[in-house]
Write a protein that binds this ligand. Sequence first.
Ligand code: CA
Length: 238
Amino acid sequence: MPSSRILIVEDEESLCKMIAEALSRQGYDCCVAFEGDAALNAVSELSPDLVILDVMLPRLDGFEVARRVRADRASRDTPIIMLTARDAEEDVLAGFAAGASDYVRKPFSIAELSARVSNLLGRSGIPAEGGVTEAGALRIDPGHEEAYKDGHLLDLSTTEYRLLEALAARAGHTVTRGDLLRRVWGMRAGDTRTLDVHIFRLRRKIEDDPDSPKLLLTVHGRGYRLASGDDAAERGNA
Ligand code: CA
């Protein structure tokens, strides 16, 4: 399997290189940029599979870089992990608004960053375009925009189907609320009430007991996770 390419954007060069070295040792193909313009060039020239993006950069800050990455058709689906200052809740919210997929607060451990990276890159479902994804009792058929549970066709609205598909593409992994809003509604920022309502409706259609979900799980403070077939073997997300 070819290794995933990660672009690390951080003006603190020693930190940038330290992250690159650590992730390289884990088998990722890492490249670095020390400021925003160079980052945008690297995104278009190197097509990274994921971008680790510091908020605090000279001139173009991380939010603006994220917005431009999202605005470009070629890179709009590239996952972005923002590195934010400790205790800067507004940075987290602004990061999601700018299109970030996830964030890590500084100072962070490489283990934490690496877990976020593999979460965003990892896909236990079957990602092939047009391919059918199976997650436990659920079967999602993107070719026909249909989903089945235990062989029975589910009566889903288009939005409910898209929400389920977005979760199934990363079955067994947490999908952040920001990511779901962006993927399903194309929204940069948070009318999270809309998401809550659709999660509620989807659960009523796919869960045996919607009050005690076994398939569409809440990951508190982060997002949602669709249980995969071998979910019992996975570690918890706590
Ligand atoms: Ca910085």
